[in-house]
Write a protein that binds this ligand. Structure first.
Ligand SMILES: *Cc1c(COP(=O)(O)O)cnc(C)c1O
Length: 379
C-alpha cells in the first residue's frame, strides 16, 4: 500500500470537491450552460487577482501565459527590463530574446530579492524601456520580490509592469489593482489547486494600449481575438472545459475561505516549515526574503540533495522538490501552496527527520516537528 503526499511547487494536491467536479460527463462549450460557468469563473478570477481588469484563460501551462504577455505587448527590437534571480526570471529573458526583444537583464544573486531601486535606475536612464518583467514568488529559489514597491516605480514611467504570479496567486499577497500591476500571469497547478493545463492573464488599460501596436507574431495567444470572444463570454478556440469546471469549484472554495485568510494560512504553513528546518540545524536558502508559498532549504554539506528527495518520495511517499539548474543537489524545496494544511507540514517534517538520519545526517527525532507544532499550537 502506498499513500502519496504531494508538496512540490506545482503540481499541488487537488481537493476532492474539485476532482469530483471534473469527473462529471463533459459538456459542449458553445452552450449557455458552459457560458454561465465561464462567467462565474471570470468573476472568481477577478477576485483572486484582485482586479477589475480583463482576465483571460488559455489552454496552456503557465509559460504560455508568459509568452502571451510578451507577444501581445511588444515588437522585435523593443527594449525591456527582465529581473533574473532564478530559473523563472531567466524564462522572461529567454522568451523576450526568442522574439528579438532586447532585455536589460538585472542579475540578482539566487536566493536574494531584487532591489527595486535597480529597476528605477534603468528606467530613468533609458526612456525607451517599454516593459518590466519580474516574478512575485521565484519558485526556484523560494524568494518573494517586493512587487508592491516595484509597481510604485513603474507607475511613474511609461513602461508597463508584467508579473509572473504563477506560484503566488492564491498563495501569497497579490493586489493587482491596488498595487498597480499592469499584467499578471498565473497557472492552474499551484495555489489554485487544479491539475496543470490552464493559464491566466490579466491586463490593465495602460497595457492594452500596447497590444495594438505590438508587432510580434501571435495567433493562439492574440489578445485582440480573445477579447472579442470574452465580451460574449466565449473563447476563440476550444477551452479546457474540464479544467474550467474544476476551476469554478476551486474558486468557490477560495471565495468561501477568503483570500486574506488564505494568505494567512500560507504564512502559517511557511512559518512552521521554516522554524522546523531551522530547529534541525538546517539553513534557509532565502533567509532575507522567504516566500510563504515555498521554502527552499540548503542541503547539509556531504549529503546529496537529489538522493534525499528520492528517498523521501520512494520510501516515505512524500514528494518535495530538489533544486533546479545551478541549485541541483544543493537545495530542497518544500512547497506549501494551495490545498495544504498543518497535518501535511507535520508529516513532511517528520519524514524529513527520519530520512536525514537514514542518510547519516543525525538530527534529534521530533525536534523539527516540535518546532512546527509550537507554531500551529499558538495559531
Ligand atoms: C511553475 C512556474 C512557472 C512555469 O509554469 P509552467 O506551468 O511549468 O509553464 C513559471 N513561473 C513560476 C514562478 C512558476 O512557479
Amino acid at each position: 500500500m502506498r499513500k502519496q503526499l504531494l508538496l512540490t511547487p506545482g503540481p499541488t494536491p487537488i481537493p476532492p470537491e474539485v476532482a469530483l467536479a471534473m469527473a462529471k460527463p463533459i459538456i459542449h462549450h458553445r452552450t449557455s450552460e458552459y457560458r454561465a460557468i465561464f462567467e462565474e469563473v471570470i468573476k472568481g478570477l477577478k477576485y483572486v487577482f484582485q482586479t477589475e481588469n480583463d482576465c483571460f484563460v488559455f489552454a496552456s501551462s503557465g509559460t504560455g501565459a508568459m509568452e502571451a504577455a510578451v507577444v501581445n505587448l511588444l515588437s522585435p527590437k523593443d527594449k525591456v527590463i527582465t529581473v533574473q534571480g532564478g530559473k523563472f526570471g531567466e524564462r522572461w529573458t529567454e522568451i523576450c530574446q526568442s522574439y528579438g526583444i532586447e532585455p536589460s537583464v538585472i542579475d540578482v544573486p539566487w536566493g536574494e530579492a531584487v532591489e527595486p531601486e535597480r529597476i528605477a535606475e534603468i528606467l530613468e536612464k533609458d526612456l525607451r524601456i517599454k516593459a518590466v518583467f519580474t516574478t512575485l514568488c521565484e519558485t526556484s529559489t523560494g524568494v518573494v520580490n517586493d512587487v508592491k514597491k516595484i509597481a510604485q516605480i513603474t507607475s511613474k514611467h511609461k513602461a508597463v509592469l508584467v508579473v509572473d504570479a504563477i506560484s503566488a496567486l492564491a498563495s501569497i499577497e497579490l493586489r493587482t489593482d491596488a498595487w498597480g500591476i499592469d499584467v499578471v500571469v498565473a497557472g492552474s497547478q499551484k495555489g489554485l489547486m487544479l491539475p496543470p493545463g490552464i493559464s491566466f492573464l490579466s491586463i490593465s488599460p495602460k497595457a492594452w494600449a500596447l497590444v495594438n501596436e505590438a508587432k510580434c507574431p501571435r495567433y493562439y495567444f492574440d489578445l485582440r481575438e480573445a477579447k472579442r470572444s470574452l465580451d460574449k463570454m466565449d473563447t476563440p478556440f476550444t477551452p479546457a472545459v474540464t479544467l474550467v469546471i474544476g476551476l469554478r469549484e476551486a474558486l468557490q472554495m477560495i471565495q468561501k475561505e477568503g483570500l486574506e485568510n488564505i494568505w494567512k494560512r500560507h504564512a502559517l504553513m511557511a512559518e512552521a516549515t521554516r522554524k522546523a528546518v531551522l530547529a534541525l540545524g538546517l539553513e534557509l536558502f532565502a533567509p532575507h526574503a522567504p516566500s510563504d508559498a515555498v521554502t527552499a532549504v540548503k542541503v547539509p554539506s556531504g549529503l546529496d540533495g537529489e538522493n534525499l528527495v528520492k528517498l523521501l518520495r520512494q520510501k516515505y511517499g512524500v514528494s518535495i522538490a530538489g533544486g533546479q539548474a545551478e541549485l541541483k543537489g544543493k537545495i530542497f524545496r518544500i512547497a506549501h501552496m494551495g490545498y495544504i494544511t498543518p497535518e501535511d507540514i507535520l508529516l513532511v517534517i517528520s519524514c524529513l527527520e527520519i530520512a536525514l538520519n537514514e542518510m547519516g545526517y543525525k538530527v534529534p527525532l521530533g525536534k523539527g516537528v516540535k518546532a512546527a507544532e509550537e507554531v500551529f499550537g499558538k495559531g
